[in-house]
Design a protein around this ligand. Structure first.
Ligand SMILES: C[S@@+](CC[C@H](N)C(=O)[O-])C[C@H]1O[C@@H](n2cnc3c(N)ncnc32)[C@H](O)[C@@H]1O
Length: 486
């Protein structure tokens, strides 16, 4: 068997909450498509790699079924080993080329292809869209991420430079080192300020956060094909798919434009939605999209219906942060963005959600005490102060007598890279927190946990462990990690 670049250099894959059926289903339903419930659905991940995104979904949703396919035999073997360790009966990972995949896989409520479309030849791009069209259930949702113009032009320029600078047949890690050295030179301060240089520097800063494996596969790959959004939608339409929405409301909402730009975009919005979004990409110089598609014949709307929030679940990890300048209350979200909320009904919805965190609350319950506030609640979702889910993440529970984390979390703990119950990737720091995650299997009470932590960590004093354990547990609970699942 021919080894692929992904067999030679493994690609790190982790949970991506926007691809979870909670999130995909919520977006679809807001846009008029009655998507399948997360608790009972079928999901296909095309180009799933080691299953870092799919396996946590399967662990969290035992009644749903998951299939992952990938060309890389090594990646599939690693994922399959993890599936065996977790004894998950509801997921299959298969080594398969997109070009050979077809209806034998069955049909799916959700099809995910993250980080694939841009990096495959055009025939595979075409087949990927066809496959989504063939395999989607009547109310199914496909998620595809891809790089777009015009923002992609800067990335493409940097990529062209890196390809010019590195030997395509050279050692992958040596190429990445060479690329990094050149990027540092590119980002270096100039004697005279230069707007082009600021754009380049932003691009380089984004790349600095990437792992060597990501740089190798994402920037130095032989195949790299960006598109304009309107052309992507035109290709999707040729295969019987239609544009549903983006994976986050914020990505479809024009923020911060002046009067003339807003008037122009408003006029266009009423005429052609796809063209409107294409103009928005130019106005924002956008470089990346995470698009949801549905079958052309499936019911779907051009804008979100706030009344649908009554059928969904909502959560918020936002926290109050003092009085605002206009007499309202300041709130800070997990991205550290701050807003002032003046409307008391909105403040009270946020307080209710924040008090319930990490639990989600049914929208119907939340809106019962805030009648007529559907649009305000949707606005809070759009600015990322409230998250919307099609279903409630199972059995999150606050500090319990016998601390319990899901089995997957206990297994992931050693690496410090874990997935929370909302399918967010979380990095855990500190040996005590990691040990607590491993020991929290529902059999140990607080006293036993302290005793075992002291035994395991002689480098920490008893008082340090006993004095800090409640804070640690609270911290891990706030990360939406505790559960009553085994
Ligand atoms: C950039 S990685 C993304 C992996 C994963 N979806 C993620 O987001 O972490 C692209 C994946 O697509 C797979 N791939 C590329 N061409 C493929 C093909 N023709 N058929 C199946 N998988 C393919 C690669 O093996 C690789 O695992």
């Amino acid at each position: 068997m021919n080894l692929t670049a992904y067999d030679q250099v493994r690609y790190p894959s982790r949970a991506l909450w926007v691809t979870h059926p909670y999130s995909l289903g919520a977006m679809a339903r807001l846009f008029g498509l009655p998507a399948a419930p997360a608790a009972r659905c079928r999901v296909l991940d095309i180009g799933c790699g080691e299953g870092g995104n799919l396996i946590p979904m399967a662990a969290a949703l035992p009644e749903s079924h998951f299939v992952g396919i990938d060309l890389s035999a090594e990646a599939i073997a690693t994922g399959a080993e993890c599936v065996r360790t977790l004894e998950l009966p509801n997921i299959e990972l298969r080594q398969m080329n997109i070009m050979d995949a077809g209806s034998a896989l069955g049909d799916f409520d959700f099809v995910i292809a993250h980080g694939v479309y841009t990096w495959v030849p055009s025939a595979v791009q075409q087949r990927l869209l066809q496959l989504c069209s063939e395999l989607l259930a009547p109310h199914g949702v496909a998620y595809l991420s891809y790089n777009v113009y015009p923002g992609g032009y800067v990335r493409e320029a940097v990529r062209d430079l890196l390809l010019l600078h590195t030997d395509p047949d050279g050692d992958p890690y040596a190429r990445v080192s060479q690329a990094r050295e050149l990027l540092a030179a590119l980002a270096e301060d100039r004697r005279k300020p230069d707007p082009w240089h600021s754009m380049l520097r932003q691009e380089v800063e984004d790349l600095e956060k990437c792992s060597p494996e990501q740089i190798f596969h994402d920037e130095l790959a032989p195949q790299y094909h960006q598109v304009y959004f309107k052309d992507f939608v035109a290709r999707a339409r040729e295969t019987g798919l239609d544009y549903l929405c983006e994976s986050e409301l914020a990505d479809m909402t024009p923020f911060g434009f002046g009067e003339r730009a807003t008037r122009f975009l408003d006029q266009l919005a009423s005429q052609d939605r796809v063209l409107w979004e294409q103009y928005l990409d130019f106005f924002r110089f956008r470089k990346f999209r995470r698009t949801l598609l549905c079958r052309t014949d499936a019911p779907h709307a051009g804008s979100p219906d706030p009344n649908v929030l009554r059928q969904l679940h909502l959560s918020s990890g936002a926290r109050p942060s003092g009085a605002g300048a206009s007499g309202g209350e300041r709130w800070k979200n997990s991205d550290k963005a701050v807003i002032e909320v003046v409307d008391p009904a909105c403040s009270s919805m946020l307080r209710r959600l924040s008090g319930a965190w990490p639990q989600a609350i049914p929208g119907s319950e939340l809106l019962r005490d805030a009648p007529g506030k559907e649009q305000d609640l949707l606005d809070l979702c759009t600015i990322k102060f409230v998250q919307v889910h099609n279903g409630a993440p199972g059995a999150i529970r606050p500090i319990a007598d016998k601390l319990q984390f899901p089995r997957l979390v206990r297994l992931q703990a050693a690496s410090g890279k874990i997935t929370n119950l909302y399918h967010y990737p979380i990095d855990i720091q500190g040996d005590l927190a990691i040990s607590l995650l491993q020991l929290g299997d529902g059999t140990r009470d607080r006293k036993t946990l302290i005793r075992e932590l002291v035994k395991k960590h002689p480098e920490h004093s008893y008082s340090e462990i006993a004095g800090g354990i409640d804070q640690q547990i609270e911290h891990l609970t706030n990360l939406a990690l505790t559960s009553s699942d085994s």
